[in-house]
Design a protein around this ligand. Structure first.
Ligand code: SF4
Length: 411
């Protein structure tokens, strides 16, 4: 297909595709799906080989948020039956982080619900970062605390934070439809603050909220312009008790096309499959490793992912390898610009917008047994895409283990 040859060439040269080309990827048929994956896979392997970076989420503070992000189980008025707790102590957070690192993760993502941290919260998280870094020499730490005020990013950087996550989530044009308590511009501002403080920007999106193909292309092109080092791609988990509970719009094939489009538009960036991996990709998860070079290990913020061991088995079975702490994630030109660390941006601004604490990275999936990826009944699996976007609330398991509980974490 001419389209795919063109996109591979552009991806290898880091050249921006046209909007029409990006839209054409989303419009490809199921018959062409393997060709699309193979083409985007060439770009992925060119920049990242067969390495898969594992990230581990630690929810420092869960629920009771005053913001109204429609996709989020921790939002104001959420009826989702999630864990609710206030700040983990530094040792508790470090213990949770250690479990993820022992499972193979190299980055720990420290997330807290809320509009943004107070200065006291930043001090608290700084202490947690120092504790984690003292106890785990090579760990990368990313903070995701919401909107930042002046000086807070600098404090986090001084404490040892490597990165800051704040997702754009959706196109600027539709942002007001999903959240009214803050704006797209607020999010951009926070990512710019993080970048200006020398933190690696992590900013991505949530697909499946009822957006159009044009919206998806808009947000991914905005991300390309902001130039974060990592782009988490979340697939909405329609939590019961949230306004988007009925938005079951995604099929595994649609998720693969979205990931391929993101890879073509952001070829040399760490593309991470985030929340919703197990719920929406289901048995197609291994195929998605040809597109993304990064996933979360184990559970999400308020929902459970497949068993950590299943993640590791999937990576090995698909012919990929877990990226080691001694391997640099980003391609040389990006890593060099970042001083060897995790991230750098070529442009001034990477400022993206961040994200969410929950719906986005957060959500997740189901648990173990019949879980991941799975389809429940015998007739479930793998069936045709025609049936694949039917509501599957049975695949969403609220997190009941790990941080904030007495039970061991999944890692
Ligand atoms: S995404 Fe973050 S800011 Fe929005 S409701 Fe959830 S926890 Fe609050």
């Amino acid at each position: 297909m001419d389209l795919l040859n063109t996109l591979v060439d552009k991806g290898l040269r880091r050249e921006l595709p046209t909007r029409e080309e990006a839209l054409a990827v989303l419009a490809t048929s199921d018959d062409d799906l393997l060709d699309v994956v193979a083409a985007a896979g060439k770009v992925r392997r060119h920049w990242f080989g067969r390495r898969v970076k594992l990230n581990y989420l630690v929810n420092l503070k869960s629920g009771l948020c005053p913001e109204d992000c429609s996709y989020c189980s921790q939002r104001l008025g959420s009826k989702a039956d999630i864990l609710k707790y206030t700040w983990l102590k530094p040792d508790e957070a470090s213990q949770a982080a250690a479990a993820g690192l022992a499972g193979g993760a190299k980055r720990v993502c420290l997330v807290a619900s809320g509009r943004g941290p107070t200065d006291r919260d930043v001090d608290r998280v700084s202490e947690t970062i120092r504790t984690i870094k003292e106890q785990n020499e090579d760990v990368e730490v990313c903070a995701c605390l919401g909107l930042l005020s002046g000086g807070q990013a600098e404090k986090l950087r001084e404490a040892g934070a490597d990165a800051y996550n704040h997702n754009l989530n959706t196109s600027e044009g539709t942002y007001g439809d999903i959240t009214t308590t803050h704006t797209y511009a607020d999010r951009v501002d926070t990512v710019q603050k993080a970048h200006a403080a020398g933190l690696s920007a992590c900013s991505g999106l949530i697909a499946g909220m009822g957006e159009s193909d044009e919206d998806l292309v808009d947000v991914v092109f905005s991300l390309r312009e902001l130039d974060p080092d990592s782009v988490p791609v979340n697939f909405l988990i329609p939590f019961e008790g949230t306004p988007l509970a009925k938005e079951w719009n995604l099929t595994p094939q649609r998720c693969l096309r979205i990931l391929a489009m993101v890879r073509f538009v952001c070829p040399d960036v760490e593309v991470r499959i985030a929340g919703g991996r197990e719920v929406h990709l289901r048995t197609m998860q291994p195929l998605a490793l040809n597109l993304a070079n990064s996933i979360f290990l184990g559970d999400y913020l308020t929902s459970e992912g497949q068993a950590g061991k299943a993640d590791l088995d999937m990576i090995a079975d698909a012919g990929f390898e877990v990226e080691g702490a001694d391997q640099v994630t980003l391609p040389e030109h990006r890593a060099a610009a970042a001083g060897g660390g995790c991230g750098s941006h070529e442009s001034a601004g990477c400022g993206s917008v961040c994200g969410s604490h929950e719906g986005a990275n957060g959500c997740g999936s189901h648990a173990d047994a019949d879980g991941c990826g799975s389809h429940a009944g015998a007739d479930g699996c793998g069936t045709a895409s025609a049936a694949a976007n039917e509501p599957r609330p049975d695949l969403v398991a609220v997190r009941r283990r790990g941080a904030g509980t007495d039970l061991a974490p999944n890692a």
